[in-house]
Design a protein around this ligand. Structure first.
Ligand SMILES: Cc1cc2nc3c(=O)[nH]c(=O)nc-3n(C[C@H](O)[C@H](O)[C@H](O)COP(=O)(O)OP(=O)(O)OC[C@H]3O[C@@H](n4cnc5c(N)ncnc54)[C@H](O)[C@@H]3O)c2cc1C
Length: 480
């Protein structure tokens, strides 16, 4: 039995901890905050509750596998999972609306034809065929297997863009895919919105970001009853059942090294904890910035995703019941100064004081630079609420109060103001996260800042990969 220390109690770290404990290791998690879950938080006030991190789950298979492998129990026994249908309503800048069904290619094509004019659905369907090719080419190395020793092939673009016209430069960005292949401003805005929702600017995101709408529209969007925080609760409980120990309010200040190998940690309180392996689920850039791991930029810092964006979330407490025709997710597309926002209205009694009230979250992706002051964020939140008014009838009149969360809140809860996105191929490798194998033997990286990247499913996969390395050794090639 090895002694294993895990830094941070985010979802990627907890997924690793549960798997290692089941393999017979002694696992202790050191978390600097007073609770588990990291980004997957909950804000509660006056009987209203809101997810402060992700509001939907994609690729639930990752957590199904975790629960089966750590306890021979279906995920559905621990949390209530429902498919969100329609997957999303889109409200475009010109006021056009379209409801896209969950995981139905034919339904999506028909809905787009009806809302945007004949031919729109077919163009989107043809685009998804090309997106699938990019998905098939990268799914294993970018999601299911350890990061390849030579990531150079992943730095190349896998999306089979249509040939550009004469004299045109080749298609490299997602925005170019929209303009050249979808040839309809609203269809292009639809594509852009998928990139924004994962934190990528379509003007700079590689064409391979086409896998994001492919993934959602093929495998569906899921809601966890009680909010996504209920998933964090379930993973934490599973860890506890497998005798993972948790030490809260204890930041890790340093990874200890001896003879070129990680041999333990030092907490901020000065305690030394020896370990055979150290797994860090804390953000990789913060580990180096705060010198938890020796070595700064250009001095051993492993390559990690440079995304440059975070989220602003407005939690809105509304009086009056949710109207019966309300949908769970509405994307209100940008118009002028107003950003693209995602409005989530789960029909979940656990999130509201009674049926005469409703809790709504509104999220926008924002660049982390330049920084804004309090007044800047207030003005930005005002524009978000204005946009949300296009998804919630009579919003202003119903608003009891609002609570706005900025990138500074994200930094407080995770250790990084930026929110990492899933690994993407292309872009010269700029969007590939750090390897799970750190430069220091015995130190491993799990969670959204390491392969295969950010997001619940991807961070959950990092747990399977790191546990695989520790249990099966360096030859581990991913579970089949
Ligand atoms: C506002 C927001 C919206 C999001 N929306 C989506 C979405 O729509 N879809 C999606 O899939 N994903 C989304 N994400 C991302 C997703 O929540 C994360 O990628 C996922 O939860 C994985 O997190 P993680 O394992 O990297 O750990 P994190 O959640 O980053 O947690 C890291 C943990 O490590 C702890 N820690 C840091 N440093 C130390 C230290 N030195 N010592 C001890 N502990 C330390 C932190 O306190 C924290 O608990 C969102 C995130 C945020 C913040």
């Amino acid at each position: 039995m090895a002694r294993i220390v895990v830094i941070g109690a985010g979802l990627g770290a907890m997924a690793t901890a549960a798997r290692l404990a089941v393999a017979g290791h002694g696992v202790t998690v050191y978390e600097r905050g007073s609770t588990y879950g990291g980004a997957v938080g909950r804000f509660e006030r006056d009987g209203f509750a809101f997810d402060t991190g992700p509001g939907l789950l994609h690729l639930p298979a990752v957590y199904r596998d975790l629960f089966v492998k750590t306890g021979k129990e279906p995920l559905e026994e621990r949390v209530a999972l429902t498919q969100v249908d329609p997957a999303a309503r889109h409200v475009f800048a010109d006021g056009t609306r379209v409801d896209l069904p969950n995981a139905s290619r034919a339904g999506t094509v028909a809905a787009l034809d009806t809302a945007l004019g004949a031919g729109a659905g077919e163009r989107w369907g043809d685009f998804l065929v090309r997106a699938r090719e990019a998905w098939d080419r990268t799914r294993r190395p970018l999601l299911e297997e350890p990061r390849p020793a030579d990531p150079a092939p992943l730095a190349r673009e896998p999306y089979p863009a249509l040939k550009p016209g004469l004299l045109r430069r080749p298609t490299t960005t997602l925005a170019q895919v929209g303009a050249r292949e979808l040839r309809e401003p609203r269809l292009a805005a639809l594509l852009d919105a998928y990139a924004w929702s994962y934190g990528f600017d379509p003007a700079t995101a590689p064409a391979s970001a086409a896998v994001l709408p492919y993934m959602e529209q093929t495998f569906g969007s899921w809601y966890v009853g009680g909010g996504l925080r209920a998933l964090a609760d379930a993973v934490y409980e599973r860890c506890r059942e497998r005798r993972v120990a948790f030490v809260f309010d204890t930041p890790v200040e340093a990874v200890l090294e001896k003879d070129g190998r990680a041999v333990g940690i030092r907490t901020a309180g000065g305690d030394i904890v020896e370990a055979d392996h150290v797994v860090s689920g804390a953000p990789v850039p913060a580990l180096y910035r705060d010198r938890v791991v020796e070595g700064g930029a250009g001095d051993g810092l492993p390559g990690h995703q440079a995304i440059g964006t975070s989220r602003v979330t407005a939690c809105l407490a509304l009086r009056g019941p949710r109207e019966s025709e309300a949908v769970h997710r509405t994307v209100v597309h940008a118009e002028g100064e107003r950003p693209t926002v995602t409005v989530l209205r789960p029909d979940d009694p656990a999130l509201r004081p009674d049926a005469d009230h409703e809790s709504v979250t509104v999220t926008a992706t924002v660049p982390t630079a330049p920084e804004r002051d309090a007044a800047g964020w207030e003005a930005f939140a005002e524009r978000m609420v204005e946009a949300a008014g296009r998804a919630v009838p009579g919003l202003r009149g119903r608003l009891l109060w609002q609570h706005v969360r900025t990138p500074e809140d994200v930094r407080r809860e995770t250790g990084a103001a930026e929110v990492p996105g899933p690994a993407l191929a292309g872009a010269g490798g700029r969007l590939l996260p750090a390897d799970n194998r750190s430069p220091l033997p015995g130190l491993w990286f799990a969670g959204g800042w390491s392969h295969p990247g950010g997001g619940l499913a991807h961070a959950g996969m990092s747990g399977a990969l790191v546990a695989g390395f520790i249990v099966e050794g360096a030859d581990f090639r991913g579970s089949r």
